[in-house]
Design a protein around this ligand. Sequence first.
Ligand SMILES: N/C(=N\CCC[C@H](N)C(=O)O)N[C@@H](CC(=O)O)C(=O)O
Length: 492
Amino acid sequence: MAFTSQSLIFRAPASLPSGRLAASSAGRVVLRGRAAAFPSVAVASTSMASSDGDEKKETKLWGGRFEEGVTDAVERFTESISYDWQLYKYDIMGSKAHASMLASQGLITAGDRDIILEGLDQIERLIQEGKFEWRKDREDVHMNIEAALIERVGEPAKKLHTARSRNDQIVTDLRLWCRDAIDKILIRIKQLQVSLVMLASKYVDLIVPGYTHLQRAQPVLLPHLLLSYVEQLERDAGRLVNCRERNLKFTAPMKNSIDAVSDRDFVLEFLAANSIAAVHLSRIGEEWVLWASEEFGFLTPSDKVSTGSSIMPQKKNPDPMELVRGKSARVVGDLMTVLTLCKGLPQAYNRDLQEDKEPLFDSVKAILGMLEVCTEFAQNISFNSKRIQSSLPAGYLDATTLADYLVKKGVPFRTSHEIVGRSVALCVSKNCQLAELQLDDLKAVHPVFEADVYEYLGVENAVNKFISYGSTGSNQVKKQLEDWRIQLGISS
Ligand SMILES: N/C(=N\CCC[C@H](N)C(=O)O)N[C@@H](CC(=O)O)C(=O)O
């Protein structure tokens, strides 16, 4: 039975069917982990039954003052190796730096340092090859690696824990892990931005209805809408870069050792940045699910990014984007978990903090998947230009442009709003569009209307009237599209 690393949960019953998962009668288990990303992990028993049937338990690294071992339930409850083994690379990195520091301070010899460094290299290789025994009775990644090092190189390894605690180790490991995770997310954000800009480039002139309150508002160019996602993603990336810069640079020691081991604000900042990004992705997901519906019919996802129904043969569902929307819930939930976790803790380290890792890992796994799937979706959808164009006459999308026309004629905006409102009411009664009203009809609403009014009516005219910075005007949108292509390194 294989577990995926992100939600590695031990459910080891007393007797197990067969294969790669087994547990001792006492439920003690050993993990054999592989270093590939999210490996499957086999669990096997290491408990050694003595001739009279009693179990001999290894003395804990902290066991000097204890006369009895912990109960199996406590061991199962307190272990974190089932998920924190993923930190092994960073734990070894930190231990190497620590050994070098001990040697440079004269606390261990250069010879001992070299033995430790070599031993840690060997352990890292074993882990990467999937040959390392992760032992639940050794609690966590730190004590698994330290105990294995002692087994491997003996006395020098017993000096490694001088002047450090696991409290220092875990926070160092986590910071290093977060730094790499942020870098991976930043790459995926850029990939999505590139896909959106490429998509926008295919539809430079396509006008779509703009909505507020999900009611038709004003006409906009499709690339304007798609670039709004790109802008939001850019801020998401900025928040992550900011978090990395403030918390994860490793250019100087932390100034206060209590603060160093106490706080998880860097985790919170990271989870908060992820949550905002996830909410942005969720909104894209919602928009595209809506636009893919029969009722809108504005976009069609290719088969590669759609799924079917087990009962209704005709169906083609946009499940990936629904799940983007759905997974945003867990990313936000992960932030809530760690916020709640931290709120009642006195300084300094408290074991509660062990509970920060699963939400952190979960959030990163979710956001990476969401970004990847959004990118693939953007690469595999087409907008249905004909359907969109045929829908544009509905909803009086040019009404605000008509109000602007009256402003140009010297009518105060509030008055012009009222005049256009009456014009729309006339259209409703005649069941026609604004552009279909005769000039006499318009003049009957207000005498200021002249023949040039028709240059403002219709969605093309309305879009063309936009010229200001950031608007949906064609020149603006083309310029911004070009700016993004340059910024993202997309060749023309
Ligand atoms: N138990 C403990 N820290 C465990 C940190 C690692 C833990 N698996 C976690 O993930 O937070 N603190 C001890 C020190 C130690 O065990 O190194 C203490 O402060 O008394």
